[in-house]
Design a protein around this ligand. Structure first.
Ligand code: FES
Length: 652
């Protein structure tokens, strides 16, 4: 096939169409044509979320003939992922099917990507104001024949006299505007200085306001906060789904995308920078300012997001011994990365702890400051990659465990992101086994209204569902479905046992939403990894119990803490000492924006945290296997005694 031969691809029901190079897969075609198709595995044919159906026949409206032969033949991977009946009906995985000829493709409701409901609300922060960027007003003596010193030297002397600042440098963009600006303001000016060291902007006359942005670049969600640097006030918040998601849901699939595509790194870098510019524009729009008025910016993100944003090759953090390009924080001119804020402004990226414990974790660290406490805190940042911090003022240990994307909805048959239509709460009656559930953006529960329109389950429901099934006796402590269940919700189908959470009339996809035995296993694996990680960290620290558990992350504040405890996401801790703090990484970024000491604190503590590589702990597998049980095979949970069934014998 010639490289540049093209075919027409039409996506239904949106009707989006266009010419696409033959040989591109349908997922790539959807990106090119602006059609959002779900995909959580980075086009690896693993998640099975990108299901589409080929439409067959002659389409008069478009004047094209579409058939199964318009695409490359079904692959073995697709045969494994799709049911036989689906293969017969012409279903394909968009990431596997390549375009050969003109084709019409239908994207079913469950494969359409809903707009993510961003749950990264900003918490209250209380911190003394001392930003890295400050503004100073100066009034300079006019240049005369007797005093014709250069404008920059005149400004330096003015800053020294009025504010006792020795400012050795001026940004080139500010320098270019210096002469006219001074004269325009009749020698009165407002000077913006970075770290007391460099003039990054000069404005005519007296200008009161200066703005800064803090951004948390998550693998799935990017959250941004606009602050007034003169008062510390939070002016606006905005968020978006990380646009890199199209290239792979998790860190490893994005790293592999950069390895398998020659332009991959550049593509992923450009994608996030364009996304950031959109987000900054939105923040500025909300505040009624121009994005160029933002004079400082702090960014956090996991090590892979950090590297991709800085256009640094992430390949070495993807394999042992996982060294990042640098540990220390970094200050880069925003313009060097194409970030469209004040042209002289810097972008400060918080330091990295280890290959898989990034600047986002450092953000959590400086927001939650376990190093100032006597109590031993366990901080769990739940995401596709689970990051853990344990410690107090004596010592800090961090670790990272590959929970997999189950809590983000991937690898779960009806799992989905937190978007409209996602079930977010589940309660199962212990006697009748009837299910009550609530859907995002709807007030009523399913027993109060028929019109639920459920599409799948998001992370908070995925954390609810296992404890609820367990307490209702539907599964036992090992995660196996009970055999003698008398409820129409339980059945054994060709693929195995499953339990119905929502009936077709309660959904918008016209089919049962079920939780399968495989789903139960995937959730157990995710929670088991987290629990085992926490336990091994506690052993390394030398404690049997933790005093406090803090749940952080994109949906941290939406997790039901009792469900999380019953699931066995972490070792026993009194329920009243468990806190959900939401996006602590974003809070840490805001703190570093508003107080320069927090940047030094971040650098200092990022280096003092001891990293525990869990996979090197010889009994990790054993700990992991025991932690797969609900809530654990052996450990006692005195705090949950009133909730757990009395007999914990695996057959309850
Ligand atoms: S199977 Fe296609 S994106 Fe995951």
């Amino acid at each position: 096939m010639k490289g540049n031969e093209k075919a027409i691809v039409i996506f239904q029901p949106s009707g989006r169409r266009g010419q696409v190079e033959k040989g591109k897969n349908l997922k790539e075609a959807s990106v090119l044509l602006g059609v959002d198709i779900e995909g959580l595995c980075g086009e690896q044919g693993v998640c099975g979320k990108c299901k589409v159906r080929v439409q067959e026949g002659f389409f008069e409206k478009y004047g094209i003939e579409s058939s199964r032969e318009s695409l490359t033949p079904l692959t073995g991977t697709e045969r494994d992922d799709l049911a036989e009946s689906e293969c017969e009906q012409g279903f394909r995985l968009a990431c596997m099917a390549e375009v050969l000829h003109d084709v019409v493709v239908f994207v079913p409701e469950e494969s359409r990507l809903g707009k993510q409901v961003v749950r990264k609300a900003a918490g209250e922060i209380d911190i003394p104001l001392d930003p890295a960027v400050k503004t100073y007003s100066v009034e300079l003596p006019q240049a005369t024949l007797e005093d014709s010193v250069g404008d920059w030297e005149r400004l330096q002397t003015g800053l020294q006299k009025a504010h006792e600042i020795e400012c050795p440098t001026i940004d080139y963009h500010a320098l270019v505007k210096l002469q006219n600006t001074l004269r325009e303001g009749e020698w009165k000016a407002t000077v913006t200085v970075w770290m007391g060291n460099e003039v990054i902007r000069i404005q005519a006359g007296e200008v009161e306001k200066a703005y800064g942005a803090a951004v948390d670049v998550g693998s799935t969600t990017v959250a941004a906060y606009l602050c007034d640097l003169s008062t510390g006030e939070l002016i606006a918040t905005s968020s978006m789904m990380n646009p890199q998601v199209t290239y792979g849901e998790d860190v490893m699939s994005r790293i592999s995308y950069t390895l398998t595509n020659p332009e991959g790194l550049e593509q992923l870098h450009r994608t996030i920078i364009e996304g950031l510019n959109g987000l900054l524009g939105d923040l500025a729009g909300q505040a009624g300012i121009q994005a160029e008025e933002i004079v400082d910016m702090v960014i956090v993100g996991n090590t892979c997001m950090h590297h991709l944003m800085l256009n640094i090759d992430p390949r070495y953090i993807g394999k042992s011994p996982f060294p990042p390009a640098l540990h220390h924080s970094v200050d880069i001119k925003a313009r060097d990365l194409g970030v469209k804020i004040c042209p002289g402004a810097y972008l400060h990226v918080l330091p990295i702890e280890a290959g898989f414990v990034g600047a986002d974790n450092v953000g959590v660290l400086i927001a939650e400051t376990p190093y100032n406490e006597e109590k031993v805190r366990l901080i769990i940042d739940i995401g596709t990659n689970g990051e853990l911090i344990l410690g107090n003022r004596e010592k800090l240990i961090s670790s990272s465990c590959a929970t997999g994307p189950a809590f983000e909805g991937a690898e779960i048959k009806y799992g989905m992101r937190a978007a409209p239509g996602a079930i977010e709460r589940i309660v199962i009656d212990r006697e009748s086994k009837e299910v009550r559930f609530k859907v995002i953006d709807k007030e009523a529960w399913n027993d109060e209204t028929e019109n639920m329109g459920a599409k799948g389950m998001c992370g908070s429901a995925i954390i609810d569902v296992l404890p609820q099934l367990f307490l209702a006796g539907v599964i036992d402590r090992t995660g196996r479905f009970a055999k003698d269940l008398e409820t129409p919700r339980y059945r054994v189908v060709e693929e195995g046992a499953e339990f119905v959470i929502a009936w077709p009339r309660e959904t918008s996809i016209d089919q049962d939403i079920v939780i399968t035995q495989d789903d139960v296993r995937a959730i157990q694996l995710a929670k088991g990894a987290m629990y085992a990680g926490a336990k091994l960290m506690m052993r390394a620290f030398g404690v049997e119990r933790v005093d406090e558990v803090i749940l952080a992350g994109a949906f941290g504040s939406y997790i039901d803490k009792e469900s999380a405890a019953l699931l066995g996401l972490f070792p026993d801790c009194p329920i009243e000492n468990i806190r959900s703090v939401g996006n602590a990484a974003g809070d840490g970024a805001r703190m570093a924006l508003l107080n320069v000491d927090k940047r030094s604190e971040a650098n200092e503590w990022a280096r003092q945290v001891e990293y525990l590589e869990l996979t090197l702990e010889e009994d990790f597998d054993k700990c992991f296997a025991q932690a797969m049980w609900l809530p654990h095979m052996k450990d006692k949970f005195t705090s949950l005694e009133h909730l757990l069934p009395r007999k914990q014998d695996g057959k309850s």
